[in-house]
Design a binder for this molecule. Structure first.
Ligand SMILES: NC(=O)c1ccc[n+]([C@@H]2O[C@H](COP(=O)([O-])OP(=O)(O)OC[C@H]3O[C@@H](n4cnc5c(N)ncnc54)[C@H](O)[C@@H]3O)[C@@H](O)[C@H]2O)c1
Length: 442
């Protein structure tokens, strides 16, 4: 659905009027396109203290295509990366201020500020205080920046394992991701063709006949994956259209079927490579009512589609070996599962359950099967689901985030694609909000 307010603020009278009235000032987000696949402009690589990661980070940043400059030469800064991994006590935080205070005004619209931190220590409370402080700092900065600029904290153990994450954050693909804290482990990244990072991978996307699932399938195919798209049999015609357009395979199937895992395994065993590298749990439904008015026929299907079937099929595809080593599972949570929502006890329970599943399964799935498990948690995304929301609530949902606008299905798809690559093997057990830093559950 068109965001008429965003279009209005893009006109001179609209800008004038909304400024005078103190209303939100959304600007168009610059997303990935084949013509403009990278951020355009300069990169500032700053360091607080003596980091052991400086040279590896410099090599990775040089490969982003951004031109590295010093603060004094900067003219059009698109990205600032501050390496704060060496911070081990709170007096050191002054260096964060000293590094970013002079440059923050120079960051162009749609620019990125990425702070790189270290894991928070369980045994050194001075280091823990300093590193945890970065979280509050970045979340506040994200709220201050405006003009579609974003701020993110990435906690790393090894710089080389963070390459896919830094490439994602320092690109237009992450336009609607802000205020996030992402932990990257030290798994040695698989070699990657960065133009087609999913080449040779087979990906199954549930709920792919329309909406976010269709966009996910499209972006995974763009990045080189063979996509198997799944949706309910009643959506077969749309599903086949999506599969044909993407050169993929349609699998009409209700994901709540007891034997869904076996049927997926049978379908993908016939595909190139035999087996699955990427499993995207996107299918989801809502049946909203306040709990007092919610009969079991609204509770049960939501829990079944959104959560129980995700557990059942993941277990079946892991234990049967259908999901191959080096594979990735990405489930779909929601900020409703973090913040809660009136009329959505069923939906929010199901989406919070996804977060529990991801955090518990991720370390074991990696140790036993060599598979990563992460989740995306979309905020307000412009789809048929949100077009059905009453006007005033829809407007509030759209504006109550740092970017003052709703996201698009492609924003969730880009985040999912980053988590689906073999090069992202160091990213495990993470729940990434794609919400423009929504105020809900912040
Ligand atoms: N749109 C948003 O703002 C938003 C926000 C947060 C989370 N999400 C989540 O993102 C996912 C996609 O949302 P959307 O807005 O694209 O929804 P949508 O309703 O447009 O699409 C969902 C798809 O899932 C399919 N599906 C439903 N039940 C199924 C089943 N039993 N088996 C197989 N397929 C089934 C539907 O047929 C449909 O094609 C959902 O999990 C949703 O909860 C969406």
């Amino acid at each position: 659905m068109a965001d008429r307010y965003l279009n209005f603020t893009g006109t001179a009278p609209g800008r004038f009027l909304t400024r005078r009235l103190g209303l939100p000032q959304p600007a168009p987000l610059r997303r990935w396109s084949a013509e403009h696949p990278t951020l355009e402009g300069e990169l500032l690589h700053l360091t607080a203290g003596d980091s052991q990661h400086t040279s590896t980070l410099a090599e990775i940043l040089a490969r982003t295509g951004l031109k590295e400059v010093t603060a004094t030469d900067a003219r059009h800064v698109s990205a600032v990366v501050l390496d704060a991994t060496a911070l081990s006590d709170t007096p050191g935080l002054a260096q964060v201020h000293a590094a970013l205070h002079p440059v923050v005004r120079q960051v162009a619209a749609n620019g990125r500020i990425v702070v790189i931190g270290a894991p928070v220590s369980a045994s050194d409370h001075h280091q823990a205080a300093a590193q945890q402080a970065l979280e509050g700092f970045v979340r506040s900065l994200g709220k201050e920046l405006g003009r579609c600029r974003t701020a993110t904290l990435v906690r790393i153990r090894s710089a080389s394992a963070a390459e896919s994450t830094l490439r994602f954050l320092l690109s237009p693909r992450s336009a609607y991701v802000s205020g996030q804290v992402i932990e990257v482990g030290d798994a040695e990244p698989a070699p990657c063709d960065w133009d087609r990072p999913l080449a040779g991978r087979t990906a199954l996307v549930t709920g792919a006949a329309r909406g976010i699932g269709e966009a996910v399938a499209e972006v995974l195919a763009r990045d080189g994956a063979h996509v198997v798209v799944l949706d309910v049999p009643s959506a077969q015609a749309e599903l086949v259209r999506v599969a044909d357009r993407l050169g993929g395979t349609a699998l009409p199937l209700d994901i709540t079927a007891d034997d869904a895992g076996e049927r997926i395994a049978a379908a993908v065993s016939a595909s190139a490579g035999g087996g699955l590298d990427v499993l995207i749990h996107n299918a989801g439904i809502t049946r909203d009512r306040k709990l007092a008015n919610m009969a079991a026929d609204r509770w049960d299907p939501v829990l079944d589609v959104n959560l129980t079937s995700v557990l059942r099929t993941t277990d079946a595809l892991l234990s049967s070996g259908t999901l191959k080593r080096g594979g990735s599972v990405v489930a779909t949570a929601s900020i409703a599962g973090i913040a809660g929502n009136v009329g959505q006890t069923n939906y929010a329970a199901s989406k919070a359950g996804i977060i529990g599943l991801v955090r518990s399964l991720a370390p074991r799935a990696l140790a036993e099967y060599g598979v990563t498990v992460n989740a995306v948690a979309p905020g307000f995304i412009e789809t048929k689901m949100t077009a059905a929301v009453p006007l005033l609530i829809r407007e509030a949902g759209r504006r109550m985030n740092s970017l003052a606008q709703g996201g698009l299905p492609v924003d969730v798809a880009e985040t999912t694609a980053w988590l689906s690559g073999a090069a992202s093997g160091g990213v495990n057990g993470q729940v990434i909000r794609v919400c423009g830093q929504s105020l809900l559950g912040a």
